[in-house]
Ligand binder design. Structure first.
Ligand SMILES: [Ca+2]
Ligand SMILES: [Ca+2]
Length: 454
């Protein structure tokens, strides 16, 4: 092929890049190494591929790639590298460049030390030096609860949506977008949430697979939505009532303790704590309640909830609460491996998740030749549950005086699971455990394997 023809064929149609102002925004703009970072791009050449690098003056590390959609946007995410090279507290750059290298943008990311430093408040998740032309409604700090302005020009279903490709002059004092129903009424009030952090950052997709660039991003004060046969909307767009999905992220400062997280959902949802799945209900289904208990260290934890709706109605709610002391385990410790005689220690244990190694649970308990009985009540939503027991040395589990797992044997017991159906009521749980010699460890927990009807 002659060069001249090749050049004509291979040279892409010039894009009026003078009109484009490529931007990236990241959430969060700071955090500890290992944090989940979302990246949104606007003003990029449609169809381009974008590479994102973590960089300082000397080196660059590819962390993510993305494809620009027809409106010039992209969305991607990455987990900030947990290593010595990039994880030391300090300032780093996130750079974005197109495959053609005709467009570039950059923003900063500050690595903070976990626990020892006050984390940057996430109430201002999207902080950029310049206003974003295409995401006008929501990239603004959450107002304080006492002066939360409510938009007076709440869009109605008859309102003409603002074209998203037309830069709109924005004020930096735009109010928090309050979710509205289709007829424009306020979906629910936004009471001030307890604690220092308010609000979720929600990316909303017009498909059920969190696929591609989100249709819009907004802040949500609480995750408690009942869209019914309607669907989420922003000032600029409304999702279809079927087939949409949302990813919410938020960092919450927890006091140390044992917590119960509860999701009410139709259709599917997945809850992550520090990017680890703790609830996986990612499937179509009727309205159901799923709970999980987790012990959390004190300090900031990254919560992420992925949600999709396949068919109406659409409902999602997430809440959490510290486990009441009455829901903790009552531990009764014996100075022999046979649960015999007078207990030497009685105490409350929030969870059965111990690895004492060659040590002992308590100064009053010997490191070898001891045993424990734990008892508590637990209320379950109906469904099939996967129970997991592991022990060094032996252990067994009783539910309402029925022996459901029996590992009462004098050797290391690797994690053993059984699945049983539990009705929606309160059960008496009892775990017995004994240690002979050497290392000592025990774990018992459960998770929903499938909800009712599955
Ligand atoms: Ca021991
Ligand atoms: Ca042992």
């Amino acid at each position: 092929m002659p060069d001249r023809v090749r050049n004509i064929l291979m040279t892409p149609t010039p894009v009026p890049i003078a009109q484009l102002d490529p931007q990236i925004v990241i959430d969060p703009p700071s955090g500890w190494a290992g944090v989940f970072v979302q990246v949104i791009g606007t003003g990029w050449e449609p169809g381009e591929s974008v590479s994102l690098h973590l960089a300082d003056g000397n080196e660059a590390l590819l962390v993510a790639t993305a494809q620009v959609d027809a409106s010039g946007r992209f969305a991607t995410d990455f987990v900030y590298p947990l290593n010595e090279r990039w994880g030391r507290p300090g300032s780093y750059m996130i750079t974005a460049v197109t495959g053609s290298e005709r467009q570039r943008s950059a923003t900063g990311f500050v690595v903070t030390a976990p626990a020892t430093e006050t984390p940057t408040p996430t109430i201002t998740p999207f902080v950029t030096s310049t206003p974003l032309p295409t995401f006008t409604p929501t990239f603004t700090p959450t107002p304080t609860p006492t002066d939360t302005p409510i938009p007076t020009n709440t869009p109605t279903s008859t309102a003409t949506p603002t074209p998203t490709d037309t830069p709109t002059p924005t004020s930096t004092e735009q109010p928090l977008a309050i979710p509205t129903t289709r007829d424009g009424a306020l979906a629910r009030p936004t009471p001030p949430a307890p604690g220092p952090v308010q609000g979720w950052l929600g990316a909303y997709w017009d498909n059920s697979a969190l696929f591609g660039a989100p249709a819009f991003i907004r802040q949500d004060a609480e995750l408690d939505f009942d869209w019914g046969a309607s669907s989420p909307e922003s000032i600029t767009a409304q999702l279809p009532p079927d087939s949409f999905s949302v990813r919410w992220v938020r960092t919450v400062d927890f006091a140390p303790g044992r917590y119960r997280f509860t999701i009410e959902v139709t259709d599917g949802a997945r809850l992550f704590i520090n990017e680890q799945v703790v609830i996986d209900a990612w499937r179509d289904g009727e309205l159901r309640t799923v709970t999980v208990e987790r012990t959390l260290d004190g300090g900031p934890h990254r919560l992420r909830l992925d949600y999709y709706n396949q068919t109406t109605p659409a409902r999602i709610r997430l809440l959490w609460e510290p486990l009441a002391v009455s829901e903790h385990w009552r531990g009764t410790y014996f100075a022999n491996p046979a649960l015999q005689g007078i207990p030497v220690v009685e105490r409350i244990d929030p969870a059965i998740d111990f690895d004492w190694r060659v040590g002992s649970p308590d100064p009053g308990v010997p490191p070898d030749g001891f045993s424990v009985t734990w008892e508590r009540q637990a209320t379950f939503t109906p469904g099939r549950y996967r129970l997991t027991l592991a022990a060094d040395n032996g252990a067994r589990v009783w539910i309402d005086n029925n022996l459901v797992i029996d590992l009462w044997r004098p050797r290391l017991q690797r994690p053993h699971t059984v699945e049983i159906y539990l009705a929606g009521r309160t059960y008496d749980l009892k775990v017995e455990y004994y240690e002979l010699d050497g290392d000592a460890a025990v774990y018992f927990g459960w998770e929903l394997a499938a909800g009712p009807g599955n």
